[in-house]
Design a protein around this ligand. Sequence first.
Ligand code: ADP
Length: 763
Amino acid sequence: MRVTDVPGVPEWLPEHLADEGIQELYPPQAEAVERGVAEGESLVASVPTASGKTLVAELAMLSAVASGGKALYIVPLRALAGEKAREFEQFEQYGVSVGVSTGNYESDGDWLGSRDVIVATSEKVDSLLRNGAQWVDDLACVVSDEVHLVDDSHRGPTLEVTLGKLRQRVADLQVVALSATVGNADELADWLDAELVDSSWRPIDLRTGVHYGQALHLDDGTQRELPVGGHDTQSAAIVDDTLDDGGSTLVFVNSRRNAEAEAARLADVTRQHLDAEEREALDGLAADIREVSDTETSDDLADAVERGAAYHHAGLAREHRELVEEAFRDRLVKAIAATPTLAAGVNTPARRVVVRDWRRYDGDAGGMKPLDVLEVHQMFGRAGRPGLDPYGEAVLLADTHDELEELFDRYVYAEPEAVRSKLAAEPALRTHVLATVATGFATTRTGLLDFLDETLYATQTDDPQRLETVTDDVLAYLARNDFLERDGDQLSATRSGHLVSQLYVDPMSAAEIIHGLEVGPSVESASDGDGDDSETSFRTASELAADDDGDDDPDPTPFGLYHLVSRTPDMYELYLRSGDREEYAELAYEREAELLGRAPSEYEDARWEDWLSALKTAKLLEDWASELDEERIAERYGVGPGDIRGKVETAEWLLNAAERLAAELDLGCAPAVRRARKRVEYGVREELLDLAGVREVGRKRARRLYNAGIESRADLREADKSVVLAALRGRRKTAETVLENAGHENPSMEGVDADADTDADPN
Ligand code: ADP
């Protein structure tokens, strides 16, 4: 089918696509059009990676916009939101406006409402719904990218419930769900009342197989010589062989550490294939990478990049990831060692894909677990660049002949698993039941069960009773913690329940926070021994007001607050490494007076372990808020700069929730919580809060200004410009911007010389 034959799309589209080199639709795209995707029909498209799902989504969204509606594109990862929005911005020249919703969970609703196409994560959409976004009513089309992730126990339920709410709210909403090839695409289509395109077509041939001994064994039964030869590892030999042919390789491994080590090894191979021009370009790229942050990760990555290889994992800063991805697409970086996050979405095709590790450590299972077929096939799908490579090749690695056979059975010949809903679990339902009631999607228990009956879970389960039982447990929990009130069949959210729903925190996090703030420091840490109050409950505001003995209670310390939010289920804690247990147990006793809520005893194993992990996380946050260098923090806790930022952002968000809850419940400590939050936000000690609040100042500059005697925003406005300039290391442009942001009357630095005496601090 030619693009000119697609009904319903705006008239400028065929020409635009032709300019992009797209004239003929790929077969699965043509099938989607035949099933009405450009005319408002809902559709599930289950097709392999890189076979043009995005265009299917665009046909649906653009025809929806052409007929006056809005379109929403739901992405699974925040990192993908920006990438997708940039892709859709190509349509802005035709008057289609695009908005991407990132940033914090409560903001930016109105601005989004003015856009035609909106890109957001499912969590963001959920949050917008909870906060009453009105533009949702104008939606004509919603696209759910990587919908097979409803199977993910952490994030799947949110996607499932969000799609349910959107469909309930907007009659006749077109839902286009894009999925990797899965075992039960028909069930997904049933759930969404959608047409189905289930295809294994790929734009470029993919050969899959296993490397064993001296050869690649491929799925068509052929073998190709590929001796390990002088190389240390199979993957090094494969990278070398691919480069002989001018191709690039993507190697998937199971941990960050392995990715880093593998990249260093592969760099020894890629290094030998670089010409002078490439070496120069790579030197430039390495310098850019070192600019991003002053850490060991930055250095290691730059070292590998100089030699033509790189690693890619979630511990990298976003800027690092983008630089690496772009250089790989430009064929400058010849090999990437990546953790599986790269397989999920980001567009980085390679001639060859090597799945080096097919087992991964799984905390829930307490050991190594084989990857899902679905995941391995998605990694495979990254092989082969249409128009560039004659074909793609994707292989696993075997050590023994038995393993060779096992891998063929397990992955090469195997069909992907069926997608199963993970909704009927308490943590998922706790948050979604509260939100469903708080936002009025259900006002009775019956209504709630009816709503849940429309979920994928309900269409899949053969035990309908289970959902009802878990729902009742959750309702009881929410009522016990004063988030919900029940009156017969009627359900309503309390004020704090509404707030918790809007703040987008897990009700259990909110209960933990409220309890900690109410009880205060846990000086009397001995367990009360009854062992069954592991679930926190708290007093209502009025009870509290009644026994409030004035303002004598000391404010919680930042460290106490960091620990409190770190032990909620919304914070991804740091693991304890060997030796950490003793170190943090000691810290727990040392700083006991600051920790909020009831401390577990050492004999409550799981809780004690959790308490210590949270303590480690809290210590990281305290180090950050005490102006410790990023590099030192990364080293001390064995994390990357991306992790530090992740922890800081989560803490900021949870402390914001804590502040709001403290204010709502009149707990009196809201200002202290706010100060602790600001310190994490800026990464500074108390005395720099005012200065660091000036845009473009940041933690390092604030400290230099402070050391030069400029202690506040007001000082900055009055300061001698030469002192400011010296403190900012003679950077005129920066100094002007900073003065302007501080509200200086005349920020110009013309004719000002840096006062050499004041720049005492060489850092
Ligand atoms: P998916 O989302 O299925 O992984 P993409 O939508 O990213 O795949 O498409 C992969 C590549 O194929 C993109 O570069 C896209 O421009 C190109 N493409 C899509 N449809 C066509 C087509 N009909 N003809 C030629 N190229 C296409």
